[in-house]
Design a protein around this ligand. Sequence first.
Ligand SMILES: *Cc1c(COP(=O)(O)O)cnc(C)c1O
Length: 409
Amino acid sequence: MAKINTDYRKLSAGYLFPEIGRRIKEFQKENPDLKVHRLGIGNTTEPLPPTVIDGLYRAVENLSAVETYTGYGDEQGDEDLREALADYYGRRGVALDIDEIFISDGAKPDSSNIQSIFGTDNLVAFQDPAYPVYVDSNVIAGRSGSYDSERGNYSGFIYMVCNSENGFIPEPPDQKVDLLYLCSPNNPTGAVATQEELKKFVDYARDNKAVIIFDAAYAEFISNPDLPRSIYEVEGAKECAIEINSFSKFAGFTGVRLGWAIVPQALTCEDSEPGELQRCWLRRQTTFFNGASNLAQRGGMAVLSEEGLKECKAVIAYYMENAGIIRDGLQKLGLTVYGGANGPYLWLKAPGGLTSWQFFDKLLYEAGVVGTPGSGFGPSGEGYFRLSAFGHRENIEEAVESIRSNLKL
Ligand SMILES: *Cc1c(COP(=O)(O)O)cnc(C)c1O
């Protein structure tokens, strides 16, 4: 008799985006003539820049001729792409060997799969609120107890509370944990950890033989030169941290699909030698995954060219101008807004003590604007609200104008 993986039954109903969709539909049925402005979803909207498009076209052409056709590539990813990424890190003072770089089809798959190289009895800590993939992948792997729907959390997990008092960057846990997930710049709060804040985690991890899984998917959105874009800018991090990153937000590859993970040779945990975790990830990827698309990898090479980087940075600057427009507009109304300075998300305190969902309805029904309830990202997100700076300028301006003239505060 086949048996199901019952850990799937523990997952809290993944109802955030379906519930948002349901409420929008209901609103539209009642108000068929009103426009809905969507500031909810973290999805890129602007076209790829010319250098990247060029690289992709050339890759397609290469597949059309027998001399340039390629099938399966290097298992860890094209060597020239890994070299280009090593150069990219080198410019931040981080020296990586190309063996430590693993090309993938994105940061979501990597951040959900990476837990499989660790035993199921590891105690795991998460930032709260967090990108839901970290928690859910560890539930499916069997590391949690049951879900408490009152509290909105799982027993058996450690939640590192992020709130306005700690600037949405937590202290390391005051107990011993084994795995820690960090995301900076953060989705959903937009907060960015400083060098000192990351160092506390690196010191904690080295002291406890713990491993940090660091999601840097928004690193390119940092404009403040003093803020770290890679955890490896902190000394000692190679011994205790895995970094995951992506071309999705960096270069608009949300649909193209390309990411990378860094698993350093120096990385160890309580019961492994240096090199063993790197070999585990190689084994995992070569067993379960057959490499990123060669077209996407050629696109990635174009992104990392001098022109490509310049053009992608211009698109990021456009999104960050959107963030500024939203932030200024809402602050002028007296709302409390965090984030949006070095990352594309704004984290809004729901006014008047409203819950996240109450504010969702208010913003939708009064201003026709859709955002994401903070409670959907974890219990500490309750009372907050995420707005995304991804979008066309005119839509962003319209949404802010509608909030300004219609939201009753
Ligand atoms: C968007 C996002 C990703 C990107 O995942 P891809 O699979 O590369 O598209 C990863 N982490 C966070 C926190 C994100 O918001």
